[in-house]
Design a protein around this ligand. Structure first.
Ligand code: NAI
Ligand code: MG
Length: 796
């Protein structure tokens, strides 16, 4: 008999399986298969094609599920549209009660849902039980609160309508909750398509909706593959698409929704850095790494998959990490002592394997612990790759598996440079005992979420979402709710954008003429890097007033000019780092100078547009007021401290995008320009503005104000020319991080398509009344910033 002493020595784990009897029984009741959940009822599973859902840990078939067609999507959207009429009319309180009921029912069935999730996805029961499902309930509780509060907290907003939601397989029920809870709270109805690999908890949730008495049609679930998702994306009855998944499909969806007027939020991939400084608590950092990359088999969009470690401690950290890896337990997801379960599918397993092979080929040292592995099923050993070159495949692409790649750095600057050396920008984790250093690095990393001395923390009260090719939009928190609301004044006509009159097409007079020396005093040049610049083309065009008189000449800008402007903006990076007070002062200065030259600008508007003296004076006065307004707001677009977990404060910082493109409207050549430039500057962005092609001269006169108001060189560049073409060049430019297009003739469709490259957010649309109070305010500041959530350890 083994002595207690010996047992304590080895501390072998015995099997500790979670029972799945009631899941087997439930699946048995659905032996014939699952239909779609449409209008509060399950469709007949025997009708139409279906596919099999398997357990990746053992290959066992779990269920057959309907393969959604365009017809199924159509019926689901129709049901959601019918339900929207009454659901959106309910009081916030009534909707709150429904969300609260959903939360209660989820909690009552938490064990059932956790086991089902682990069987469907392969994730360890410890995680589905302790992380996924509690967070699911938390999201519904949190948003029950929002349902109650939206009316008072977000006045002047309304729901979008029917939301199409497409989710991946890595956190099936949690992603459902992140999508459905805010949508319903805001008064929308939804059609959700779960991932083909993991549809079962969504179907269980459909039953819960029925049980909890949710009105028919408010939630509809259509199962299926990519094509089913594409049908949902393309459906004209859908007002918003929310997608989580691969960057590749994100791009397809960006293009597919371009010009449709659909709201869009994309939560895509990542290659998030996990930065360890030499003063970090290394043992904590090792546990952090376990949670960063071996949580959920590394199938986490914000996984800390790129370890950046300060050179002097690298070997020490790797040694600790290898020792820890030796104690990880890979195996049965339903065993309560399993650390790493099964990867979701054989395709995913092969993908991970081939990427690791590629890393080896590219010269990385690959370490895998010698630990027991299940004989069958989709399992992959935890893997550490060191000696990885920053430009190698494994250091740049998302592996989406339990594979950590490591690189070293010497200085904090180098750490930041490496951290940002990626097309993604979802999350980052910073480990240091030095608070100054941690917060400094957190501020400089381009990512939507930064955890200090922690990793993979989530909460319904905090926004989650990416910078750059990790997508746009936030889920969770106050910032996430706006994704499901539209301002009362800005609701686009159903399915399409309000058309912009042809007014803004290239004026017929826009024939290029060479910039001749005798015309030089009448030719407004471009303004790039704080200086007037001749257009690269060497051509200008005549600006003709409605009465047919030539009001002046403007430069015909081209791609080279846009590139120069972006380059100049890139060098003016300290604008965003200037204090908000500084920016306010400069905006006041601009307003003051505009005021001093009001008569000149009025005369310009009159000669260029034929406006009456009164109208011209009104537009100039409104432009001065608007500049004052944003000067006043520059230091008041505050972030927030979200009430998340205890022992953390979560700082929601409003950060500028960096370089923004602004395409200005014709309706109000001066006020429109000011209405776009001032909020973006106030928020700390550098801008490249394309003035109205028809009436560019009020904007070009603005150079002189910029020159005399201490605006640093490169912070504002102005490129005149053919609007739609320049807009597209801005959309295509990788360094332009966000684009507002209120000027292209055909609406924002073409620039939305062109923006799919770096997935920049695009905002804009049809004609609006620029003099109205709706054309200024928080909406503009919100669109000029992205929220970075920084989780800082705090308190007891
Ligand atoms: P995916 O992006 O193809 O699938 C995600 C969801 O989109 C699924 O519901 C799928 O049916 C749907 N979908 C696919 N094509 C669509 C289309 N054309 N229109 C509308 N919906 C469509 O991701 P997949 O193929 O499962 O995984 C591939 C890689 O993507 C992974 O290896 C990983 O790197 C990344 N990924 C990232 C996720 C994240 O959370 N950021 C989640 C899942 C995958
Ligand atoms: Mg795919």
């Amino acid at each position: 008999m083994a002595l207690i002493k010996d047992i304590l020595q080895t501390m072998e784990y015995g099997p500790s399986p979670e029972s799945n009897d009631h899941i087997i029984a439930w699946l048995g009741q659905h032996e014939v298969g699952f239909g779609h959940f449409i209008d509060g009822k399950f469709t007949d599973p025997a009708v139409g094609a279906s596919f099999e859902v398997t357990n990746p840990a053992n290959g066992a078939a779990l269920a057959r599920v309907a393969l959604g067609t365009a017809d199924d999507v159509d019926r689901a959207v129709a049901a959601a549209a019918r339900a929207f009429k009454s659901w959106s009319k309910l009081s916030g309180h009534e909707r709150a009660r429904h969300l609260y009921a959903l939360a209660r029912h989820i909690q009552k069935r938490d064990r059932f849902l956790a086991v089902l999730e682990s069987m469907d996805n392969g994730k360890p029961i410890r995680e589905s039980r302790d992380i996924d499902i509690p967070l699911v309930a938390r999201h519904f509780y949190h948003h029950a609160g929002w349902a109650e509060l939206i009316e008072s907290e977000m006045p002047g907003h309304q729901p979008v309508g029917v939301c199409g939601q497409i989710i991946p397989w890595n956190f099936p029920l949690l992603m459902l909750a992140w999508k459905i809870a805010p949508a319903l709270a805001a008064g929308n109805t939804v059609v959700l398509k779960p991932a083909e690999q993991t549809p079962l908890t969504a179907l269980a949730f459909a039953e819960i909706c029925r049980e909890a008495g949710l009105p028919d049609g408010v939630v509809n679930i259509v199962t299926g593959e990519g094509e089913t998702g594409a049908a949902l994306v393309g459906h004209p009855g859908v007002g918003k698409i929310a997608f989580t998944g691969s960057t590749e499909v994100g791009r397809i969806i960006r293009r597919a929704t371009a010009g449709s007027g659909k709201k869009l939020s994309l939560e895509l991939g990542g290659k998030s850095p996990f930065i360890v400084f030499d003063d970090a608590d290394l043992d904590s950092a090792v546990e952090g790494l376990v949670d960063a990359i071996w949580f959920n088999q590394g199938e986490v969009c914000c996984a800390g998959s790129r370890l950046l470690v300060q050179e002097g401690i690298a070997e020490k950290l790797y040694a600790k990490l290898r020792a820890r890896m030796q104690t990880l337990r890979v195996g049965d997801p339903l065993d309560k002592s399993t650390d790493i379960g099964a990867v979701v599918s054989t395709e995913q397993l092969e993908r991970i394997g081939s990427l690791v092979a590629k890393g080896k080929q590219e010269g990385a040292d690959v370490f895998q612990p010698s630990i027991p592995m299940p004989a069958k099923g989709c399992f992959f050993l935890p893997t550490l790759m060191t000696g990885v070159a920053p430009a190698s495949t494994v250091a740049t692409v998302e592996i989406f598996g339990p594979v950590l790649v490591a690189m070293t750095f010497r200085t904090p600057d180098e750490a930041v440079a490496l951290a940002n050396n990626t097309r993604f920008g979802l999350a980052a984790s910073v480990w240091s005992e030095n608070i100054n250093r941690s917060l400094d690095v957190a501020a400089r990393i381009k990512a939507g979420v930064v955890w200090i001395n922690a990793t993979n923390l989530f909460d319904a009260a905090a926004g989650f979402g990416g910078y750059r090719e990790s997508g746009f939009g936030r889920e969770g928190g106050r910032e996430g709710l706006y994704e499901y609301l539209v301002p009362d004044h800005g609701k686009p006509a159903k399915g399409k954008q309000a058309a912009r009159p042809v007014l803004n097409a290239a004026p017929s007079s826009m024939t290029a003429v060479a910039v001749s020396s005798d015309a030089i005093d009448r030719t407004a040049k471009l303004y790039v890097g704080g200086k007037q610049a001749r257009p690269d083309s060497g051509y200008s065009y005549a600006v003709v007033s409605p009465a047919g008189k030539t009001a002046g000449q403007a430069g015909l800008g081209n791609r080279k000019d846009i590139r120069n402007a972006v380059e100049a903006a890139a060098m003016a990076g300290n604008w965003g780092a200037a204090t908000a007070h500084n920016r306010a002062q400069i905006l006041y200065y601009i307003a003051e100078n505009l005021s001093a030259r009001a008569a000149e600008f009025e005369a310009r508007l009159r000669s260029m547009t034929g406006a009456s003296a009164k109208d011209a004076a009104t537009e100039v006065a409104a432009s001065i007021r608007r500049t004052f307004f944003y000067a006043g707001f520059a230091d008041k677009h505050d972030g927030a401290v979200h009430s998340t977990k205890s022992r953390h404060v979560t700082l929601a910082m409003n950060e500028p995008f960096g370089i923004m493109g602004l395409v200005c409207p014709d309706e109000a050549p001066l006020l429109g320009f000011v209405s776009l430039v001032m909020p973006t500057l106030a928020a700390g962005n550098r801008v490249i503005a394309v003035p109205s092609a028809r009436y560019p001269l009020a904007a070009t006169d603005f150079y002189q104000l910029l020159d005399t108001s201490d605006v640093p060189a490169g912070v504002v560049s102005i490129v005149t020319g053919e609007t739609s073409g320049l807009a597209r060049m801005l959309a295509e430019h990788d360094e332009v991080a966000a684009l507002w297009d209120f000027g292209s003739a055909g609406g924002t469709g073409p620039v939305e398509t062109a923006s799919a490259g770096n997935l920049k957010p695009v905002w804009g649309g049809g004609m609006r009344d620029w003099a109205s109070p709706d054309s200024q305010g928080r909406e503009f500041l919100r669109r000029a910033t992205q929220v970075k959530n920084i989780w800082v350890p705090y308190g007891e």
